[in-house]
Design a protein. Structure first.
Lengths: 420, 441
């Protein structure tokens, strides 16, 4: 390794003030990991979502929440009560030197404290505020209570996910887990913030962004909306595959090890594909009659679709472990994949080649932990986790004293009065 | 009257096809960038096959409804890039553009003579976003994906479903939508960096790899605690916890009950509501909304641990009540009392019945020359100075060939005609659309 300074990330030099709960913290991480100086501003005592598990070694503690750790990398942390006059004054000073404020308060909350966009931008015309809320700042649902599950319901995700009746009779619509409603909102919020930042490089002006998680979710069901708008169709839920207006052949098959393989075969069965499929199956002696020249006739293929999929492909996959099917198929050009549990990715050689996994130091614990890395490799301005999630108020002295010029004794008074 | 656009004067050369790439550039277009979609009818995926052509129209390259929604705000240049003339033309276009974006397999652009080094020769500060399945580096760069395969391999499919059942997965290409998000995010980030530093770069996005960080909490539970996701009670359906299994956090927020989908009146396919109580207080409010039934007074439901343990009974009782109400009525009653509840909404529900999306003008109609007047999905954010908008319907294939070749690149009309005759702008053996004949007048 050279001693040269590492290249800065693409967002180096930007200051983001993040006042975000579990709904918006991922957006701050996206910005921070790409080089922005994200200052996470928590209420005194810390964000409530520090109490969401899982916890390190199952010991509940606001500094041991793994979900908080994950979503708050590359941020500095301060505490500040906006419900105090001192807190609001400090907030205004921070806003004066920030490029972006990302906030997830209920609509109207900041304005009710006199911290509305118009007043903040008087002192900082380039300021961008992104308010990311469940339903946006206006509309009949704007004050509705929400959650990740609620967004997956109203956004349409659940209407598309579930089971074939034959697999699970009377199954409910299913909401995939992992907090993806928050991810969807944060992806769009990031996009809007970046658009505003690009515009600012040209026009010099900031702006206010009203972003809605509900709308982000409603936009993220691929062709479901188009199927309705153009054909009036409402789609069926199917096990492990696309929603559809009418039932479609299965694409998820059980492998020898009890795990599953996603094999997209139906809809692709032309003579060339069938020929290649016969070779793949034959490599394990499982081609059955598929090498018969009759399968070079599209009509014969069409008449035997169920035989090819439900007998030949299913039996082939059932004869091998899922990972073997996956690699054998991909090496021959088939767009198939093993259905893996997340932890299997730690053993993925391709991810290792890309340097995907990152060791992140937690100096207060004297340990480091492996974190997931970047979606994309930036050749000229790398993504990196610059630090683990901040401890509660970890950078209060650094930011309030070293940057804003408060004395240590003033800081103590603010702490005694629950301002920080 | 006309408002400035965030990406005014930004030009994007868009080689993308199918869904993920076009979904990325759609948003750059909505933000005001000029998107020039490079297409070739012999090698086209996105317009065809179409399952979203209205029943009264012929299926052809210009009648896919989903293509229209995915490709608004773009222009189309039909061009055979794999011909010497086509390559020359596209290089001239790149020389006056800001961003090149594509979602082919990892070596395609390089084979065409348009790898990043070549792009830099033409435009030194180009921002090049490649959106391949596995990325351009790593031993499996040549593997290919569709959304469902990226979801399977990355762990996203596995986290969706009921315990002891096959994975339910995602009923659509979530990672085409989300891959598109990352494509647009990468392009904007690269553009910002270029505006600040003058430096372009290659951004190597992988659809499969981009899926992995979406399981961050589960991955840290494994790397820090050694707890894998292949365990009893996981995934827990719509619940946070499956009764009778070890009590652990399942990565969907705080571990609480009720937290589930419940049938509503009249019990048809999409008649469901979800209800979540994050605290005892919220539970007591729900009890009031339900009319304080005697079963809910049982002490076993007083505590969070009790509600988690007795979740089967709890959910059955709630559903007996929820079946008496229509989903929007149930939603309004719960929300009025401060209880978290929303309906499961189909596409029809979102477009026709969701009062919030209607208020926010999520679906506004736009005229398309072949499809007619249809609603198109709008942006989920409102920028006060530079609002995103849908200002162009999706292009007919090759619709803007003359405008770009003659108007933007300065070729003569004779060169355009020669290009059509030689098969540079349209395959010589393929019937031309009437608007192409008009171009050649």
């Amino acid at each position: 390794m050279s001693d040269a300074q590492p290249l800065p990330g693409p967002l180096a030099g930007l200051r983001i003030l993040e006042l975000a709960d579990e709904t918006g913290q991922f957006c701050g991480k996206l910005l921070g990991d790409l080089g922005a100086d994200v200052v996470k501003t928590e209420p005194p005592g810390g964000e409530p979502n520090r109490h969401i598990g899982p916890f390190l070694e199952d010991i509940p503690h606001p500094e041991r929440s793994l979900s908080f750790w994950y979503y708050n990398t590359s941020k500095r942390g301060i505490t500040l009560s906006l419900e105090t006059a001192d807190g609001r004054r400090l907030f205004r000073r921070l806003a004066a030197t920030s490029d972006v404020i990302l906030e997830t308060f209920r609509p109207g909350f900041l304005a009710s404290l006199g911290l509305d966009y118009e007043s903040l931008r008087k002192q900082n015309p380039g300021l961008i505020i992104c308010a990311l809320t469940p339903f946006g700042q206006t509309g009949p649902w704007r004050d509705y209570a929400s959650s990740d599950l609620l967004h997956m319901a109203a956004g349409g995700e659940m209407a598309s996910c579930g089971y074939d009746e034959a697999d699970v009779p009377n199954a409910p619509p299913i909401a995939p887990g992992g907090g993806n409603a928050w991810h969807m909102g944060c992806h769009f919020a990031y996009m809007a913030i970046m658009a505003a930042l690009v515009y600012r490089t040209v026009a010099g002006k900031g702006q206010y962004i009203d972003a809605s998680i509900h709308e982000a979710c409603a936009l993220t069901t691929e062709a479901a909306i188009a199927n309705y708008i153009y054909r009036g169709e409402v789609l069926l839920r199917q096990t492990g595959r696309h929603h559809a207006a009418r039932p479609t052949p299965r694409t998820q098959f059980r492998a020898k090890d009890g795990r599953y393989v996603c094999a997209l075969v139906a809809g692709r069965l032309n003579p060339k594909y069938v020929g290649e499929l016969a070779d793949l199956l034959d490599s394990c002696g499982m081609a059955g009659d598929l090498k018969d020249p009759k399968y070079q006739d599209p009509a014969v293929i069409a008449a035997n679709t169920s035989h090819i999929i439900d007998d030949l492909v299913a039996n082939f996959i059932a004869s091998l472990p899922a990972e073997e099917v996956y690699h054998a198929a991909q090496q021959r050009g088939f767009t198939w994949g093993a259905v893996r549990a997340p932890e299997a990715l730690l053993d993925d050689a391709h991810l290792h080649d890309r340097g995907f996994w990152k060791e992140v130091e937690h100096p207060e614990l004297g340990r480091s932990f492996v974190y997931p890395g970047e979606a994309a490799i930036y050749s000229g301005s790398p993504w990196r986790i610059s630090r683990r999630a901040p401890l509660i108020g970890e950078h209060n002295t650094e930011i309030f004293c070293d940057e804003l010029g408060l004395s240590r004794s003033e800081l103590s008074v603010l702490a005694e009065n629950r301002v920080i | 009257m006309s408002r400035p656009r965030a990406l005014e004067n930004v030009r994007v050369v868009d080689f993308s096809w199918v869904r993920a790439g076009p979904w990325a550039t759609r948003w750059l277009g909505a933000l005001g960038a000029e998107i020039i979609k490079i297409e070739w009818p012999e090698n086209e995926r996105g317009r065809l096959p179409s399952t979203t052509t209205p029943q009264n129209l012929e299926v052809n390259l210009n009648t896919s409804g989903n293509f229209n929604d995915t490709n608004v705000n773009k222009k189309s240049l039909s061009l055979n890039v794999r011909s010497a003339k086509g390559l020359e033309i596209v290089k001239r276009l790149i020389a006056i553009s800001d961003i090149v974006i594509e979602n082919f397999s990892s070596r395609v652009l390089q084979k065409w003579g348009l790898g990043y080094q070549e792009l830099c020769k033409v435009k030194p500060d180009i921002v090049y976003v490649s959106m391949s399945g596995y990325g351009h580096t790593g031993r499996h760069h040549h593997y290919t994906t569709f959304g469902p395969v990226a979801q399977a391999v990355s762990g996203l499919t596995y986290i969706s479903g009921l315990p002891d059942k096959p994975p339910a997965g995602w009923g659509w290409s979530y990672m085409d939508d989300t891959g598109g998000m990352y494509g647009a995010m990468c392009a904007l980030t690269g553009l910002y960096h270029r505006n600040m530093t003058g430096q372009g770069q290659h951004i190597d996005l992988s659809q499969m790899v981009a899926s992995v960080p979406l399981n961050g909490s589960a991955l840290l539970d494994f790397t820090a605690n050694g707890r894998g996701s292949r365990r009893a009670g996981y995934p827990p359906g719509n619940r946070t916890y499956w009764p009778g299994t070890p009590l652990v956090n399942n990565y969907r927020g705080p571990t609480v009950a009720p937290h589930n989908a419940y049938r509503t009146h009249p019990g048809e396919y999409n008649d469901w509501c979800v209800i979540v109580c994050h605290s005892d207080e919220e539970w007591r409010r729900l009890v009031q909304v339900m009319g304080a039934p005697s079963w809910a007074a049982s002490s076993k439901f007083d505590t969070i641990v009790g509600r988690l343990q007795h979740q089967e009974e709890l959910d059955d009782k709630i559903e007996a009540w929820s079946l008496t109400l229509r989903k929007y009525e149930l939603t309004e009653r719960c929300q009025a009392a401060g209880v978290r509840a929303l309906p499961v909404q189909s596409a029809e529900d979102r477009v026709e019945h969701d009062p919030q999306l209607r208020h926010r003008q999520m679906y506004l109609a736009m005229e398309h020359p072949a499809l007619g007047l249809h609603k198109v999905q709008n942006a989920p954010f409102k920028l006060s100075e530079t609002p995103a908008s849908n200002h162009l319907p999706s292009p007919l294939i090759g619709q803007h060939t003359q405008e770009i070749v003659e108007g933007l690149l300065g070729y003569s009309h004779e060169e355009l005609r020669a290009g059509f005759a030689e098969g540079t702008f349209w395959p010589t053996k393929r019937a031309r659309f009437p608007y192409m004949e008009e171009m050649l007048q």
